[in-house]
Design a protein around this ligand. Structure first.
Ligand SMILES: [Zn+2]
Length: 434
Protein backbone atom coordinates (compact mmCIF):
# COMPACT_ATOMS: atom_id res chain seq x y z
CA UNK A 1 0.00 0.00 0.00
CA UNK A 2 1.35 3.35 -1.00
CA UNK A 3 -0.01 6.60 0.41
CA UNK A 4 1.16 10.10 -0.25
CA UNK A 5 -0.25 13.41 0.83
CA UNK A 6 0.70 16.32 -1.32
CA UNK A 7 -0.40 19.40 0.59
CA UNK A 8 -0.81 23.04 -0.46
CA UNK A 9 -0.72 22.68 -4.24
CA UNK A 10 -2.39 25.13 -6.59
CA UNK A 11 -4.35 23.70 -9.53
CA UNK A 12 -5.19 26.75 -11.67
CA UNK A 13 -7.38 24.83 -14.10
CA UNK A 14 -9.61 23.79 -11.16
CA UNK A 15 -9.65 27.09 -9.27
CA UNK A 16 -7.65 30.31 -9.49
CA UNK A 17 -7.08 30.98 -5.82
CA UNK A 18 -7.68 27.87 -3.73
CA UNK A 19 -5.00 25.59 -2.39
CA UNK A 20 -5.57 21.87 -2.57
CA UNK A 21 -4.38 18.83 -0.63
CA UNK A 22 -4.19 15.64 -2.68
CA UNK A 23 -4.28 12.24 -1.04
CA UNK A 24 -2.89 9.55 -3.35
CA UNK A 25 -3.48 5.90 -2.51
CA UNK A 26 -2.03 3.11 -4.64
CA UNK A 27 -1.75 5.38 -7.64
CA UNK A 28 -5.29 6.79 -7.44
CA UNK A 29 -6.54 10.14 -6.19
CA UNK A 30 -8.35 9.22 -2.97
CA UNK A 31 -9.21 12.73 -1.78
CA UNK A 32 -8.98 16.35 -2.91
CA UNK A 33 -9.40 18.94 -0.19
CA UNK A 34 -9.70 22.61 -1.15
CA UNK A 35 -8.80 25.39 1.30
CA UNK A 36 -8.15 29.11 1.18
CA UNK A 37 -4.84 29.55 3.02
CA UNK A 38 -1.62 27.56 3.22
CA UNK A 39 -1.67 24.83 5.88
CA UNK A 40 1.21 24.02 8.15
CA UNK A 41 3.04 20.84 7.11
CA UNK A 42 6.30 19.43 8.50
CA UNK A 43 8.29 18.44 5.45
CA UNK A 44 9.00 20.58 2.39
CA UNK A 45 8.56 18.96 -1.03
CA UNK A 46 11.83 17.92 -2.65
CA UNK A 47 12.53 17.65 -6.39
CA UNK A 48 14.90 14.73 -5.86
CA UNK A 49 13.93 11.10 -6.47
CA UNK A 50 16.13 9.84 -3.64
CA UNK A 51 13.90 11.63 -1.10
CA UNK A 52 10.80 9.78 -2.27
CA UNK A 53 11.49 6.17 -1.31
CA UNK A 54 9.03 5.74 1.58
CA UNK A 55 5.67 4.05 1.05
CA UNK A 56 3.94 6.70 3.21
CA UNK A 57 4.81 10.35 2.99
CA UNK A 58 3.43 13.85 3.46
CA UNK A 59 4.84 16.86 1.66
CA UNK A 60 4.35 20.60 1.76
CA UNK A 61 4.24 21.85 -1.83
CA UNK A 62 4.08 25.47 -0.55
CA UNK A 63 1.56 26.61 -3.15
CA UNK A 64 3.35 25.22 -6.18
CA UNK A 65 1.43 24.75 -9.42
CA UNK A 66 0.12 21.29 -10.30
CA UNK A 67 -1.34 20.25 -13.65
CA UNK A 68 -2.76 16.97 -14.89
CA UNK A 69 -0.18 15.02 -16.93
CA UNK A 70 0.10 17.06 -20.13
CA UNK A 71 -1.16 15.71 -23.45
CA UNK A 72 0.96 16.32 -26.54
CA UNK A 73 -1.64 15.65 -29.21
CA UNK A 74 0.64 16.09 -32.21
CA UNK A 75 4.24 14.94 -32.40
CA UNK A 76 6.42 13.15 -34.98
CA UNK A 77 8.60 10.91 -32.82
CA UNK A 78 9.94 9.00 -35.85
CA UNK A 79 11.36 12.17 -37.40
CA UNK A 80 12.75 13.71 -34.21
CA UNK A 81 16.51 14.32 -34.00
CA UNK A 82 16.97 13.52 -37.69
CA UNK A 83 18.18 17.00 -38.71
CA UNK A 84 21.82 15.87 -38.89
CA UNK A 85 20.97 13.37 -41.68
CA UNK A 86 18.13 15.31 -43.33
CA UNK A 87 19.06 18.99 -43.78
CA UNK A 88 16.62 21.64 -45.07
CA UNK A 89 18.42 24.51 -46.80
CA UNK A 90 15.36 26.43 -48.05
CA UNK A 91 13.48 25.95 -44.77
CA UNK A 92 10.31 25.06 -46.69
CA UNK A 93 7.80 22.31 -45.97
CA UNK A 94 8.45 20.85 -49.42
CA UNK A 95 12.21 20.45 -48.97
CA UNK A 96 11.67 19.07 -45.47
CA UNK A 97 9.41 16.33 -46.89
CA UNK A 98 11.83 15.50 -49.73
CA UNK A 99 14.94 15.52 -47.55
CA UNK A 100 13.38 13.36 -44.85
CA UNK A 101 11.94 10.86 -47.36
CA UNK A 102 15.38 10.42 -48.97
CA UNK A 103 17.13 10.00 -45.63
CA UNK A 104 14.57 7.48 -44.34
CA UNK A 105 15.88 4.74 -46.68
CA UNK A 106 19.11 4.80 -44.67
CA UNK A 107 17.54 4.47 -41.21
CA UNK A 108 17.68 1.28 -39.12
CA UNK A 109 15.19 -0.13 -36.62
CA UNK A 110 17.51 0.65 -33.72
CA UNK A 111 18.23 4.19 -34.85
CA UNK A 112 14.56 5.07 -35.32
CA UNK A 113 13.45 3.53 -32.03
CA UNK A 114 16.27 5.18 -30.09
CA UNK A 115 15.36 8.64 -31.39
CA UNK A 116 11.68 8.06 -30.69
CA UNK A 117 12.40 6.87 -27.15
CA UNK A 118 14.68 9.81 -26.41
CA UNK A 119 12.04 12.34 -27.49
CA UNK A 120 9.18 10.57 -25.70
CA UNK A 121 11.09 10.31 -22.42
CA UNK A 122 12.29 13.92 -22.61
CA UNK A 123 8.66 14.97 -23.09
CA UNK A 124 7.71 12.81 -20.10
CA UNK A 125 10.38 14.46 -17.95
CA UNK A 126 8.75 17.79 -18.87
CA UNK A 127 5.39 16.52 -17.63
CA UNK A 128 3.74 14.96 -20.69
CA UNK A 129 2.12 11.59 -19.98
CA UNK A 130 0.14 11.15 -23.21
CA UNK A 131 1.54 11.56 -26.73
CA UNK A 132 -0.21 11.17 -30.06
CA UNK A 133 2.52 10.64 -32.63
CA UNK A 134 2.03 10.83 -36.38
CA UNK A 135 4.25 8.33 -38.20
CA UNK A 136 5.34 8.48 -41.83
CA UNK A 137 3.95 5.72 -44.02
CA UNK A 138 5.24 6.10 -47.59
CA UNK A 139 4.17 3.12 -49.68
CA UNK A 140 6.52 4.03 -52.54
CA UNK A 141 9.59 3.14 -50.46
CA UNK A 142 11.17 -0.27 -49.89
CA UNK A 143 9.03 -2.65 -47.83
CA UNK A 144 11.33 -2.24 -44.83
CA UNK A 145 11.29 1.56 -44.92
CA UNK A 146 7.53 1.74 -45.45
CA UNK A 147 6.72 -0.24 -42.31
CA UNK A 148 9.71 0.66 -40.09
CA UNK A 149 8.22 3.71 -38.40
CA UNK A 150 4.90 2.03 -37.56
CA UNK A 151 6.61 -1.16 -36.33
CA UNK A 152 9.01 0.78 -34.10
CA UNK A 153 6.26 3.07 -32.78
CA UNK A 154 4.08 0.10 -31.82
CA UNK A 155 7.02 -1.59 -30.06
CA UNK A 156 7.79 1.62 -28.20
CA UNK A 157 4.11 2.03 -27.28
CA UNK A 158 4.26 -1.34 -25.52
CA UNK A 159 7.61 -0.64 -23.89
CA UNK A 160 6.50 2.71 -22.45
CA UNK A 161 2.92 1.69 -21.62
CA UNK A 162 3.52 1.52 -17.85
CA UNK A 163 4.48 5.21 -17.77
CA UNK A 164 3.30 6.96 -20.87
CA UNK A 165 0.32 6.54 -23.15
CA UNK A 166 1.48 6.60 -26.77
CA UNK A 167 -1.06 6.80 -29.62
CA UNK A 168 0.21 5.81 -33.07
CA UNK A 169 -1.28 7.59 -36.12
CA UNK A 170 0.33 6.55 -39.43
CA UNK A 171 0.03 9.18 -42.14
CA UNK A 172 -1.53 7.79 -45.29
CA UNK A 173 0.44 8.68 -48.44
CA UNK A 174 -0.28 11.83 -50.48
CA UNK A 175 -0.47 10.52 -54.02
CA UNK A 176 -3.30 8.79 -55.83
CA UNK A 177 -3.23 5.17 -54.68
CA UNK A 178 -2.54 2.10 -56.79
CA UNK A 179 -3.38 -1.45 -55.84
CA UNK A 180 -0.01 -2.12 -54.24
CA UNK A 181 -0.35 1.03 -52.08
CA UNK A 182 -3.80 -0.07 -50.94
CA UNK A 183 -2.54 -3.53 -50.00
CA UNK A 184 0.18 -2.01 -47.81
CA UNK A 185 -2.27 0.42 -46.22
CA UNK A 186 -4.70 -2.38 -45.37
CA UNK A 187 -1.88 -4.46 -43.87
CA UNK A 188 -0.67 -1.54 -41.79
CA UNK A 189 -4.18 -0.81 -40.50
CA UNK A 190 -4.40 -4.27 -38.95
CA UNK A 191 -1.14 -3.90 -37.00
CA UNK A 192 -2.78 -2.28 -33.96
CA UNK A 193 -2.55 1.42 -34.77
CA UNK A 194 -4.74 3.88 -32.85
CA UNK A 195 -6.01 5.98 -35.72
CA UNK A 196 -5.39 7.33 -39.21
CA UNK A 197 -3.34 10.40 -40.08
CA UNK A 198 -2.47 12.10 -43.33
CA UNK A 199 -1.99 15.43 -45.09
CA UNK A 200 -4.56 15.44 -47.91
CA UNK A 201 -3.98 19.11 -48.89
CA UNK A 202 -0.51 18.12 -50.19
CA UNK A 203 -1.99 15.37 -52.36
CA UNK A 204 -2.42 15.86 -56.12
CA UNK A 205 -6.14 15.24 -55.65
CA UNK A 206 -6.89 16.33 -52.07
CA UNK A 207 -10.62 15.58 -52.01
CA UNK A 208 -10.17 12.02 -53.28
CA UNK A 209 -7.46 11.57 -50.67
CA UNK A 210 -9.96 12.65 -47.98
CA UNK A 211 -12.48 10.16 -49.41
CA UNK A 212 -9.94 7.33 -49.16
CA UNK A 213 -9.01 8.25 -45.58
CA UNK A 214 -12.66 8.22 -44.50
CA UNK A 215 -13.26 4.91 -46.29
CA UNK A 216 -10.42 3.26 -44.36
CA UNK A 217 -11.38 4.92 -41.08
CA UNK A 218 -14.98 3.73 -41.23
CA UNK A 219 -13.96 0.25 -42.40
CA UNK A 220 -11.49 -0.19 -39.51
CA UNK A 221 -13.44 1.93 -37.01
CA UNK A 222 -10.52 4.27 -36.39
CA UNK A 223 -10.51 7.99 -35.51
CA UNK A 224 -8.93 10.50 -37.91
CA UNK A 225 -6.30 13.17 -37.29
CA UNK A 226 -5.18 15.16 -40.33
CA UNK A 227 -2.54 17.75 -41.18
CA UNK A 228 -4.91 20.21 -42.78
CA UNK A 229 -4.31 23.22 -45.01
CA UNK A 230 -0.74 23.83 -43.85
CA UNK A 231 -0.38 26.53 -46.48
CA UNK A 232 -0.27 30.33 -46.73
CA UNK A 233 -2.58 30.16 -49.76
CA UNK A 234 -6.04 31.47 -48.75
CA UNK A 235 -7.76 29.36 -51.42
CA UNK A 236 -6.65 26.10 -49.79
CA UNK A 237 -9.74 24.97 -47.86
CA UNK A 238 -9.72 21.17 -47.63
CA UNK A 239 -11.12 21.60 -44.13
CA UNK A 240 -14.57 22.40 -45.58
CA UNK A 241 -14.66 19.06 -47.36
CA UNK A 242 -13.32 17.24 -44.27
CA UNK A 243 -16.18 18.78 -42.27
CA UNK A 244 -18.73 17.62 -44.89
CA UNK A 245 -17.29 14.10 -44.91
CA UNK A 246 -17.28 13.99 -41.11
CA UNK A 247 -21.02 14.63 -41.00
CA UNK A 248 -21.75 12.28 -43.90
CA UNK A 249 -19.82 9.45 -42.18
CA UNK A 250 -21.39 10.26 -38.81
CA UNK A 251 -17.89 10.82 -37.49
CA UNK A 252 -18.62 13.92 -35.38
CA UNK A 253 -16.20 14.10 -32.45
CA UNK A 254 -13.80 11.62 -34.04
CA UNK A 255 -11.94 13.95 -36.42
CA UNK A 256 -9.14 16.36 -35.54
CA UNK A 257 -7.65 18.90 -37.97
CA UNK A 258 -4.19 20.32 -37.40
CA UNK A 259 -2.32 23.49 -38.50
CA UNK A 260 -5.10 25.31 -40.46
CA UNK A 261 -2.60 27.96 -41.63
CA UNK A 262 -4.66 29.02 -44.64
CA UNK A 263 -7.54 29.83 -42.28
CA UNK A 264 -5.36 32.72 -41.06
CA UNK A 265 -4.58 33.83 -44.64
CA UNK A 266 -8.18 33.92 -45.95
CA UNK A 267 -10.50 36.91 -45.54
CA UNK A 268 -12.64 37.20 -42.40
CA UNK A 269 -15.93 36.39 -44.08
CA UNK A 270 -14.67 33.11 -45.48
CA UNK A 271 -12.83 32.28 -42.24
CA UNK A 272 -16.11 32.66 -40.35
CA UNK A 273 -17.83 30.23 -42.70
CA UNK A 274 -15.01 27.72 -42.18
CA UNK A 275 -15.08 28.07 -38.39
CA UNK A 276 -18.88 27.61 -38.30
CA UNK A 277 -18.60 24.53 -40.49
CA UNK A 278 -15.92 23.11 -38.20
CA UNK A 279 -18.16 23.66 -35.22
CA UNK A 280 -21.14 22.04 -36.93
CA UNK A 281 -19.04 18.94 -37.75
CA UNK A 282 -17.59 18.90 -34.20
CA UNK A 283 -14.04 18.94 -35.51
CA UNK A 284 -11.25 19.34 -32.97
CA UNK A 285 -8.35 21.64 -33.85
CA UNK A 286 -4.66 21.75 -33.02
CA UNK A 287 -2.31 24.66 -33.57
CA UNK A 288 1.40 23.91 -33.97
CA UNK A 289 3.08 27.28 -33.51
CA UNK A 290 6.75 26.19 -33.45
CA UNK A 291 6.82 24.40 -36.81
CA UNK A 292 4.50 26.91 -38.48
CA UNK A 293 6.54 29.93 -37.37
CA UNK A 294 9.55 28.21 -38.86
CA UNK A 295 8.05 26.89 -42.12
CA UNK A 296 5.37 29.37 -43.15
CA UNK A 297 5.77 32.74 -44.81
CA UNK A 298 8.90 31.65 -46.64
CA UNK A 299 7.79 33.43 -49.84
CA UNK A 300 6.92 36.67 -48.04
CA UNK A 301 9.15 39.75 -47.97
CA UNK A 302 8.67 42.63 -45.59
CA UNK A 303 5.72 41.72 -43.38
CA UNK A 304 6.17 37.95 -43.12
CA UNK A 305 3.07 35.94 -42.29
CA UNK A 306 3.47 33.69 -39.30
CA UNK A 307 1.13 30.94 -40.48
CA UNK A 308 -0.58 30.57 -37.11
CA UNK A 309 -4.27 29.73 -37.35
CA UNK A 310 -7.06 31.82 -35.80
CA UNK A 311 -6.58 30.43 -32.30
CA UNK A 312 -8.69 32.93 -30.39
CA UNK A 313 -11.53 32.94 -32.93
CA UNK A 314 -11.71 29.14 -32.94
CA UNK A 315 -11.66 29.08 -29.14
CA UNK A 316 -14.33 31.77 -28.85
CA UNK A 317 -16.54 30.01 -31.39
CA UNK A 318 -16.46 26.89 -29.21
CA UNK A 319 -14.21 24.77 -31.42
CA UNK A 320 -11.96 22.83 -29.03
CA UNK A 321 -8.40 23.90 -29.86
CA UNK A 322 -5.23 22.46 -28.37
CA UNK A 323 -1.62 23.41 -28.92
CA UNK A 324 1.14 20.85 -29.47
CA UNK A 325 4.84 20.34 -30.23
CA UNK A 326 4.85 18.94 -33.78
CA UNK A 327 8.45 18.39 -34.90
CA UNK A 328 11.51 18.29 -32.68
CA UNK A 329 15.01 18.85 -34.11
CA UNK A 330 14.30 17.67 -37.65
CA UNK A 331 14.12 19.27 -41.13
CA UNK A 332 10.60 20.56 -40.40
CA UNK A 333 11.63 22.34 -37.21
CA UNK A 334 15.25 22.47 -36.07
CA UNK A 335 14.61 23.27 -32.40
CA UNK A 336 12.37 22.08 -29.58
CA UNK A 337 12.50 19.72 -26.63
CA UNK A 338 8.99 18.34 -26.26
CA UNK A 339 8.15 20.81 -23.49
CA UNK A 340 4.47 21.70 -23.76
CA UNK A 341 4.83 24.59 -21.35
CA UNK A 342 7.26 26.18 -23.81
CA UNK A 343 4.72 25.53 -26.60
CA UNK A 344 1.96 27.12 -24.51
CA UNK A 345 4.16 30.21 -24.05
CA UNK A 346 4.84 30.31 -27.79
CA UNK A 347 1.08 30.07 -28.38
CA UNK A 348 0.71 33.07 -26.10
CA UNK A 349 3.07 35.05 -28.33
CA UNK A 350 1.61 33.92 -31.65
CA UNK A 351 -2.07 34.12 -30.70
CA UNK A 352 -1.64 37.31 -28.66
CA UNK A 353 -2.77 35.62 -25.46
CA UNK A 354 -1.08 36.89 -22.33
CA UNK A 355 -3.81 38.26 -20.05
CA UNK A 356 -4.64 36.46 -16.84
CA UNK A 357 -7.60 34.48 -18.18
CA UNK A 358 -5.59 33.73 -21.34
CA UNK A 359 -2.90 31.99 -19.30
CA UNK A 360 -5.45 29.59 -17.82
CA UNK A 361 -6.82 28.97 -21.33
CA UNK A 362 -3.28 28.19 -22.52
CA UNK A 363 -2.86 25.69 -19.68
CA UNK A 364 -6.15 24.05 -20.71
CA UNK A 365 -4.81 23.85 -24.27
CA UNK A 366 -2.01 21.51 -23.12
CA UNK A 367 -4.08 19.45 -20.66
CA UNK A 368 -7.88 19.13 -20.70
CA UNK A 369 -8.56 20.11 -24.31
CA UNK A 370 -6.04 17.75 -25.94
CA UNK A 371 -7.10 15.00 -23.50
CA UNK A 372 -10.59 15.30 -24.95
CA UNK A 373 -9.29 15.43 -28.54
CA UNK A 374 -7.31 12.20 -28.11
CA UNK A 375 -10.28 10.46 -26.47
CA UNK A 376 -9.09 10.57 -22.86
CA UNK A 377 -11.85 12.50 -21.13
CA UNK A 378 -10.88 10.89 -17.82
CA UNK A 379 -7.59 12.76 -17.72
CA UNK A 380 -7.53 15.48 -15.12
CA UNK A 381 -7.42 15.69 -11.38
CA UNK A 382 -10.44 14.05 -9.80
CA UNK A 383 -11.27 11.58 -7.06
CA UNK A 384 -11.06 7.88 -7.98
CA UNK A 385 -9.08 8.66 -11.14
CA UNK A 386 -5.48 7.61 -11.67
CA UNK A 387 -3.07 10.11 -10.20
CA UNK A 388 -1.28 11.48 -13.23
CA UNK A 389 0.20 14.93 -12.82
CA UNK A 390 3.17 17.27 -12.95
CA UNK A 391 4.24 19.60 -10.16
CA UNK A 392 6.19 22.71 -11.17
CA UNK A 393 8.54 24.76 -9.06
CA UNK A 394 6.45 27.91 -9.50
CA UNK A 395 3.85 29.36 -7.19
CA UNK A 396 1.92 31.49 -9.68
CA UNK A 397 0.75 31.01 -13.26
CA UNK A 398 2.55 34.23 -14.24
CA UNK A 399 5.88 32.90 -12.93
CA UNK A 400 5.24 29.54 -14.57
CA UNK A 401 4.91 31.21 -17.99
CA UNK A 402 7.66 33.77 -17.44
CA UNK A 403 10.27 31.29 -16.28
CA UNK A 404 9.05 28.08 -17.95
CA UNK A 405 10.15 26.59 -14.65
CA UNK A 406 12.34 23.59 -15.40
CA UNK A 407 12.29 22.06 -11.93
CA UNK A 408 9.42 19.58 -12.20
CA UNK A 409 8.21 16.32 -10.69
CA UNK A 410 6.08 13.93 -12.75
CA UNK A 411 3.79 11.33 -11.17
CA UNK A 412 2.22 8.49 -13.20
CA UNK A 413 1.27 4.86 -12.68
CA UNK A 414 1.56 5.04 -8.91
CA UNK A 415 4.99 6.61 -8.57
CA UNK A 416 7.24 9.51 -9.40
CA UNK A 417 8.52 8.76 -12.92
CA UNK A 418 10.72 11.82 -13.48
CA UNK A 419 12.16 14.66 -11.43
CA UNK A 420 14.26 17.61 -12.48
CA UNK A 421 15.86 19.95 -10.00
CA UNK A 422 17.60 23.20 -10.78
CA UNK A 423 20.34 24.45 -8.55
CA UNK A 424 20.56 28.21 -8.98
CA UNK A 425 22.90 30.16 -6.74
CA UNK A 426 23.31 33.89 -6.85
CA UNK A 427 25.93 35.75 -4.85
CA UNK A 428 25.82 39.52 -4.51
CA UNK A 429 27.77 40.46 -1.40
CA UNK A 430 26.19 37.45 0.29
CA UNK A 431 24.48 34.22 -0.96
CA UNK A 432 20.80 34.88 -1.61
CA UNK A 433 17.71 33.17 -2.97
CA UNK A 434 15.74 34.89 -5.73
ZN1 LIG B 1 2.85 17.43 -37.95
Amino acid sequence: MMMMKLMNVRIPILHENYYFDLVIKDGYVAEIIAHEGLRKVERLFSFSLKDHQESESEWDAQGRILLPGMVDAHMHLDKSHSLFVAPNKSGTLLEAIQSYTQASERFTDENVKERMRKTALTAMAHGTTTIRTHIDFSTKMSEDTTFRGVRMALELKEELAPYLDLQVYPMLPYYPYEDQDRKKIERMLTMGVDGIGGAPHISERPLECVDEIFAYATKYQLPIDLHTDESDDPTVDTVLYIAEKTMEANYQGKVVVDHLCSLAAMDHAKAEVVIMKMKEAQLGAITLPAANLYLQGREDRGVVRRGITRVRELHEAGVPIATASDNVCDPFHPFGRGDLLQIAQLTGYTAHMGGNKDLTTLLEMITEVPARLVGKQEKGISVNQKADFVLFNATSVETLFAELSQARAVFAEGRWVAMTSVDRQVVVNKPMTI
